[in-house]
Design a protein around this ligand. Sequence first.
Ligand code: MSP
Length: 503
Amino acid sequence: MKEKNKKFYITTPIYYVNDIPHIGHAYTTIAADALARYHRVKGEEVYFLTGTDENSQKNVEAAKKKGYKDIQKYVDEMSAKWQETWDSLGIANDDFIRTTEPRHLRAVKKFFETVYKKGDIYKGQYEGLYCPGCEAYVTEADLADGKCPNHKIAPRKIKEENYFFKLKKYEDKLLDYIEKNADFIRPEARKNEIVNYIANHLKDISISRVSQEWGIPVPIDEKQALYVWFDALINYLSGIGYAKDEKNFKKWWPADLHLVGKDIIKFHCALWPAMLMSAGLPLPKKVFVHGYFTIDGQKISKSLGNVVDPVELANKYGVDEVRYYLLREIPFGEDGDFSVARLEERYNAELANGLGNLAARVLTMCEKYFDGKVPPKTSGSVGRTWQSYEINMEKLKLHQALIDIWDLIAFCDQFINTEAPWHLVKVDKERLERVIYTLLETIRHMAWMLMPFMPITSDKIFEQLGLSLKTEKSKNFEKAKEWGGLASGKKIKKGTALFPRLE
Ligand code: MSP
């Protein structure tokens, strides 16, 4: 019997549409895309979901500022811009969820009713502070000089009758779950942060707001709107058919990976799991928390005027080039700094002089010494690189997997220098054949390893090696990793440089 394909359901946060995407948002989405592509390469059935968070007050304020009376029109236009951005960055998401869609409203209604029936929602008095920038309740302790340190605004005082979710009730269960499932929250430091938060600061949470014109109505009380985070988290369910297509939902849930930035871990590692426990649903297998990009050492922010548009960047340097830089620059999980100067440095050193130069050198030698025909097959292996690369991909060490590829590039450069093909051509033609075949075939393997990160480049390399894209890419993963995939006698097609040097 054919073994059923493994499934892999991966999500990004859904983004607020109060502005267009910047390089930080692109970072999360590109990382998710690379992981989704990797699991597809492995032959798994993948569902990659991203989308927009549209019921936020932030969106309403942005719409009004820009003179929109019709909020829906504003979020429609903005959401389309986010989708376009992802398209132009080579993001191959399987679906795009918007929280103003009927499928989401239906899911939220069902979810709320389930939790309500469970007895986990009650009416109570909320009195406290709220930061509209964070869309979160805050305490005096969270503030600096009376202002939210992230948004530099004074929080609003709120006193009203709200519906509450019994978050505190789940304290022990959450701690127990996190302890028993060592891999649930990654990296380790984030897990410790969350355990501390749950053990010391968990409180029931208000999940509705009175007199709010925008938002999903509380299913049992039309006069109140749901707190945006309570609705937003449910996107991970509505995007796979919860409350609509039970079969599809069962197929994909629980998510294999929620990818989130460090700013939103309380919501994903405390509130969300508690909501799921209350609704009687299994928890996501893993929440991976990545770090934050600053720009030249500064927080990315409109008021500082340092926002970098990922599309502009990609137009200037190329889509794959930007994807490469973002995923290579900082160890996945840690914080780091973005700078155009660093991007250009990496471009010249690692893309132009590294990968691009190696490919050009090897293809040129194949043309020169063998009339552009792949020499006879010889034995060889890149098994060790594959092994390390796969371990790193599984552990989400994306930068490390890229380093594996670049180590292989350095190895090939070294190999060329020690073998000196320009000398071999005069003295040992057989050895020259072995050297050139080894190099060409190793480059084929590199193209496979690059596929999740730099899909356009990977295709170009296959074509330059004279491979049919369709045939090569339809190979299963095990076959692709075997040595000797490049057939002898085939004509290569050198073409233009992969990465022309920047001056
Ligand atoms: N709408 C909520 C998420 C709801 S998920 C159910 C939200 N949206 S957001 O538009 O503010 O996007 C937040 C995410 O964007 C972060 O978690 C992070 O993944 C990404 N980033 C935003 N700025 C970033 C950097 N400067 N650096 C890295 N990632 C950044 O929060």
